[in-house]
Design a protein around this ligand. Structure first.
Ligand SMILES: [Fe+2]
Length: 164
């Protein structure tokens, strides 16, 4: 008896998103290391947790593919782009989260007509991405107001530590 599986288009889309989740994991790991190196304790804690949640997102996709008898693809993960400053992390994170929001949004639209179950499955990721875009939007609004003031950034980082 042959077990059922996803169609190729759905599998490819999910494998691409799996690669993106690992890429996000690496990005946040790099951001956490930058924060540790520069004694931004709030950032170190916050981005370490972000890295961990990206791995959880990847795990959910891997499990979904496996349950549908599709072998998850584990592709090489690119070295993250160098981080130039504390604020730079938040700008890069915003762009990364927005790009992933767009990818899940596009997948949702394309999958809706072909596979309602997979459509439903990816809605949780679309929600996660929307929340992340909003969260980084707020961070960037606050950081913009500080205009590079180091004392203000130190305070921001303390707040991040207390709230995460
Ligand atoms: Fe994620």
């Amino acid at each position: 008896m042959k077990l059922k599986t996803l169609d190729t288009d759905c599998s490819e889309k999910l494998n691409n998103r799996l690669a993106d989740e690992f890429k996000a994991f690496y990005f946040y790991k790099n951001a956490a290391n930058f924060c540790k190196l520069n004694a931004y304790e709030g950032g170190y804690k916050f981005f370490s947790d972000e890295a961990e949640s990206e791995l959880q997102h990847a795990k959910k996709i891997e499990e979904y593919l496996s349950e549908w008898n599709v072998m998850p693809s584990l592709n090489p993960i690119e070295t993250p782009e160098a981080i130039n400053s504390y604020v730079d992390i938040f700008e890069k994170a915003y762009n990364l989260e927005y790009a992933l929001y767009e990818a899940y949004n596009k997948d949702s639209i394309e999958i809706l007509d072909e596979d309602a179950a997979t459509f439903t499955f990816i809605q949780q990721f679309l929600k996660i991405q929307t929340d992340s875009v909003f969260e980084y939007n707020t961070f960037l609004t606050k950081l913009k107001r500080l205009d590079g003031d180091e004392l203000g950034i130190t305070y921001f980082d303390k707040e991040l530590l207390n709230n995460s």
